[in-house]
Design a protein around this ligand. Structure first.
Ligand SMILES: [Zn+2]
Length: 279
């Protein structure tokens, strides 16, 4: 691992790096990964866009669970990994962060610019009129509509969803859009079965193509939504480094792979790079 850490350090020290981050970066903030080591115990599959829009019961179930899950996500704070990325960005070595995470923790750590590939959980969109509302406001309305709704949860999934028995879902009342009154509300995140807005994808491809190196942090690259950037970089001869616990579907494209916890590796890296930069 020492060799690969050295290789990763020199890659970062050269600057003009684009970071692609995934759920593995937020596990140390208490948000479990779907597919990583902590994702094994997951009991239900994520909500699809088709089920959400086509099935009122599925939608009620989603909002009941998400109403509870949001509290846990809203309480999460950036970890050493997020802070190290922000530090590398402030040092001028990382040009941009593309994240698959919807928890807003890169921004909370001080990173900018950040492209949130799959959207943000703290914003809610109306599928009819397109109005964007803060999650805080929707949360307030959901509390008003469900004054007696109480349920205990202690674990949340990366999309802000929690496991909740059906009998607790039954009495939950979702709310409609506060502007057009009838529109269906959906957290402004890309669900499974939904596509990422094309201009957002184009911006990410542009960032990757201008980069000197692409560094993947905490993603198993299972879905094409993130993997396509790794494939594009490799195709253009841009070196790819991957730091993740466990193998990923992008390992074949990478010049460097580091299998280790991000909260441990990233602060060490940031320290080494900063030390090198100040010499
Ligand atoms: Zn509306």
């Amino acid at each position: 691992m020492t060799d690969s850490l050295d290789a990763l350090t020199s890659l970062l020290a050269g600057g003009r790096v684009v970071v692609l981050s995934g759920a593995g970066l937020s596990t140390e903030s208490g948000i479990p990964d779907y597919r990583g080591p902590s994702g094994v115990a997951r009991r239900h599959t994520p909500m699809t866009f088709q089920a959400f829009t086509g099935d009122a019961l599925a939608r009620r179930r989603y909002w009941a669970r998400s109403h509870l899950g949001w509290r846990l996500i809203a309480r999460a704070t950036p970890n050493d990994g997020h802070r190290a990325v922000a530090r590398l960005q402030h040092a001028g070595l990382v040009d941009a962060v593309i994240t698959q995470n919807v928890d807003g923790l890169h921004g909370a750590a001080g990173s900018a610019p950040v492209v949130e590939l799959h959207g943000r959980l703290d914003e809610v969109t109306c599928l009819d009129c397109g109005n964007l509302t803060s999650r805080e406001e929707v949360d307030r309305r959901l509390r008003e509509a469900n004054p007696d709704f109480v349920a205990q949860v202690d674990a949340v999934n990366p999309d802000g969803d929690v496991d909740l028995p059906d009998e607790q879902v039954a009495g939950f009342r979702p709310v409609d859009c506060g502007i057009c009154q009838t529109g269906m509300l959906k957290p402004d995140v890309v669900f499974f079965g939904e596509t990422v807005p094309p201009q957002r994808v184009a911006r990410c491809f542009d960032l990757v193509e201008r980069a000197r190196a692409l560094v993947v942090l905490g993603s198993s690259l299972t879905v094409m939504s993130g993997r396509r950037f790794v494939i594009r970089a490799a195709k253009n001869g841009i070196p790819v480094a991957i730091v993740n616990q466990g193998p990923t579907r992008g390992d074949g494209y990478a010049t460097v792979c580091v299998d280790a916890p991000l909260g441990v590796v990233l602060p060490v890296l940031a320290e080494r790079v900063a030390a090198g930069a100040s010499v």
